[in-house]
Design a protein around this ligand. Structure first.
Ligand code: COA
Length: 432
């Protein structure tokens, strides 16, 4: 059957499509702003028809209604990342969490977590019947390729991004047309502390470097200080609006890339409509699954790759916790370790973990003698290279444990330096 006839035959409503989700099924939902919210709403609406549906999802930007109190008989959230709307269920005992490097997430779909159903969000088909996964290629495309049943929300607002982003209509079992603007993430307000961190990070970035920037105020603050740079490149897990500004200003050209020259490489996007318009049918941006973009052996083929990510706590040895506050899971590993390792492989590469020196309104130091009890080590001490705060840059790689600790204490908040020095002398039995 030709794809147009298939498309017509498989066209249905969200209410009917979600009836194919059965008790005990594992459902993979597309990531971040690629979440097919119309389908997720219909699935939650239809909850009385099923029990114990396992929801596998990474960054949940929608309401995550399936993860809220009262939903326990119907849904169990198995998270790959935790945010505000999913923290409670994941830490409650009902939900669960899979620690996994982002570049390996899609391996789960063929190993421990084969999906029964994938809920995906795609652009309308092109003349050959291919729909783009748009803003969310990451694990969304491979989740759909692995699932027994694919339910697709086709949305004219989903940008048609280029690269390895396409699913064919023949792969979709139930197709629901629903046009709605995508979830938008407003650019964060950048504080003076974050500006100072951004300025310090920018000192480590040179003309022609290839960047990976995480999400949030710190990466956006870094971008503020790159306006005078030339020929920057992008090979990043995600990008947001700040990258559009630098690309339109001619700062990001990808011209010096030795690999994927002339093109920004990304696996997902989060930002405003400005970003979504920028990537639509734009050959200057290629999107691929995380299994390609985040694979350290692939990303590390870029010379001068600079990764910038953030964390919760760093101990005096340079062990980085980015996911938990004590035993409470508040986030996930995401692509942090993928890119720290990629930067280490890259000729001329540098990895930066950047953070404010304090948390909880200045009452606690993020540089600590030992990590909180139960805290997770996300980036190990042998992997970490630069730690940056608003007070400066600490270079840790290939340094002794004492030199690392001294460098870290020198960039801690002044209110905590004395107690950290005492901890240093006690631990290392040496003068600071
Ligand atoms: N002690 C106690 N609480 C702390 C803390 C500390 N040392 N550091 C942070 N927190 C709390 C904050 O108060 C905040 O709590 P709230 O949500 O209740 O307000 C929460 O942890 C998040 O901290 P915040 O500083 O607002 O986070 P952020 O938006 O700057 O993100 C990370 C920081 C570490 C959570 C984030 O960078 C992350 O998830 N990293 C891991 C994944 C990654 O690096 N991906 C990269 C590719 S995109």
């Amino acid at each position: 059957m030709d794809w147009k006839s298939l498309y017509k035959e498989r066209l249905t409503t969200a209410a009917d499509a979600v009836k194919h989700i059965k008790s005990g099924d594992r459902v993979v939902i597309s990531h971040a702003v690629g979440e097919p919210t119309h389908l997720v709403d219909a699935m939650v609406e239809n909850r009385e028809a099923c029990r114990d549906v396992e929801i596998v999802h990474m960054v949940a930007m929608g309401k995550a209604a399936y993860a809220q109190s009262g939903m326990e008989p119907y849904f169990r959230h198995n998270a790959l990342f935790v945010g505000g709307s999913t923290r409670e269920t994941v830490n409650s005992g009902h939900g669960d969490f899979v620690p996994c490097y982002f570049y390996r997430v899609s391996n789960m779909f063929t190993k421990t977590l084969p999906p029964d159903v994938a809920l995906v969000h795609v652009s309308p088909p092109d003349k050959h019947g291919w729909c783009s996964c748009g803003v969310s290629v990451d694990y969304s495309k491979e989740g759909a390729e692995a699932a027994k049943i694919v339910i697709a929300q086709v949305n004219k607002h989903m940008p048609r991004t280029l690269g390895d982003t396409f699913l064919h209509v023949s792969r979709m079992h139930h197709i629901v047309e629903h046009d709605a603007p995508l979830i938008e993430l407003a650019p964060p307000k950048i504080s003076d502390v974050e500006k100072a961190i951004g300025e310090n990070c920018a000192k480590l970035i040179q003309d022609g470097d290839c960047l990976q920037l995480g999400i949030g105020a710190i990466p956006d603050a870094v971008l503020l200080f790159l306006k005078d740079k030339k020929d920057l490149g992008v090979h990043s897990e995600m990008i947001s609006d700040g990258v559009v500004e630098l690309a339109e200003a001619g700062v990001i050209t990808n011209a010096k890339k030795n690999f994927n020259k002339g093109v920004s490489i990304v696996n997902f996007l989060m930002g405003t409509q400005r970003l979504y318009d920028y990537v639509d049918d734009n050959p200057a941006v290629n999107m691929h699954p995380a299994s390609y973009v985040n694979d350290p052996c692939i990303a590390g083929q870029n010379d001068n790759l600079v990764s910038v990510n953030s964390c919760v706590q760093v101990d005096l040895l340079g062990q980085v916790c980015s996911e938990t506050v004590g035993t409470t899971q508040i986030s996930g590993v995401g692509g942090q370790v993928d890119f720290v390792r990629a930067a280490a492989i890259s000729k001329g590469g540098r990895s930066i973990i950047a953070m404010p020196s304090t948390a909880a309104k200045g009452t606690v130091s993020k540089i600590v003698p030992v990590l909180d009890e139960g805290a997770v080590v996300t980036t190990g001490r042998c992997d970490v290279q630069y730690i940056v705060t608003e007070y400066g840059i600490a270079e840790l790689m290939y340094r002794t444990v004492k030199d690392r600790a001294r460098a870290l204490i020198n960039i801690a908040h002044p209110n905590f330096r004395e107690s950290l020095k005492e901890a240093f002398e006690k631990r290392f039995k040496a003068k600071f």
